[in-house]
Write a protein that binds this ligand. Structure first.
Ligand SMILES: *Cc1c(COP(=O)(O)O)cnc(C)c1O
Length: 221
């Protein structure tokens, strides 16, 4: 990360490393926490539930980065501090209404489907401004930025640049945002070079994810 920041002449910039712990056991998260990592990302509500409970005593900041179904939104609104994958009005309204009153507003990024890939989450770029205005009205949500997952197996750099220019364009129409959630283990350098402020890193921190079924609750150690 430091080398990537230096190469991009951003060595004094702030950037957050989000440790993506999906499919990783509680012990691996604990070990990373003890090494100084405080922000962790999970993709599946069902899998995250048991891990969050097991790690309740640690001051971890949890980010939800998976596709979010309406029937799981309450749990995310109650247990997570960030959602990176907001892409529709209905989920925005639910998260706002379900965010507990004692908690700070939920930090959200809107996911953008830059290449219009079917089956992938994210709002179409043409619909981004309307959704951003809608999200911005909710008092229990804090619109922080944009997130994207570029298509696999192509150069991600143009997509990262596109996400940044979308953010800059929204800024010019009165919707300022401080976050670009982009870059994973394989394309961290390009993302940092394009101005990422949160990189979501799984395998480069934890090693390969255990395969097989998702860990069942009670089976997380
Ligand atoms: C799994 C995942 C990551 C991390 O991917 P790695 O290649 O393991 O770094 C980042 N973002 C999202 C949305 C993911 O689902």
């Amino acid at each position: 990360m430091q080398a990537a920041l230096r190469d991009a002449s951003r060595d004094t910039d702030k950037i957050l490393i989000l440790a993506v712990s999906k499919r990783q056991p509680v012990a691996a998260i604990e070990a990373a926490f003890l090494a100084g990592q405080t922000h962790f990302g999970e993709n599946y509500v069902q899998e995250a539930r048991a891990k969050l409970m097991a790690l309740e005593s640690l001051p971890i900041v949890w980010h939800f980065i998976g596709q979010l179904q309406a029937n799981k939104s309450r749990e995310v609104a109650e247990r997570f501090q960030w959602v990176h994958t907001l892409d529709r009005t209905r989920i925005a309204r639910r998260l706002n209404d379900q965010r507990p009153y004692g908690a700070p507003p939920l930090d959200v990024c809107i996911q953008v489907n830059l290449a219009g890939e079917p089956g992938k989450g994210g709002v179409h770029p043409d619909e981004l401004e309307d959704l951003a205005r809608y999200v911005g009205k909710f008092p229990r949500l804090r619109l922080r930025g944009l997130m994207a997952l570029p298509p696999a197996a192509v150069d991600p750099a143009p997509f990262f640049a596109e996400l940044r220019s979308l953010r800059n364009r929204l800024d010019t129409v009165g919707i300022p945002m401080d976050t670009l959630s982009m870059g994973m283990s394989a394309d961290l350098e390009q993302a940092v070079n394009a101005g990422s402020t949160i990189v979501r890193i799984g395998t480069a921190i934890f090693g390969p994810r255990p395969t097989g079924p998702h860990p069942a609750p009670g089976d997380v150690k």
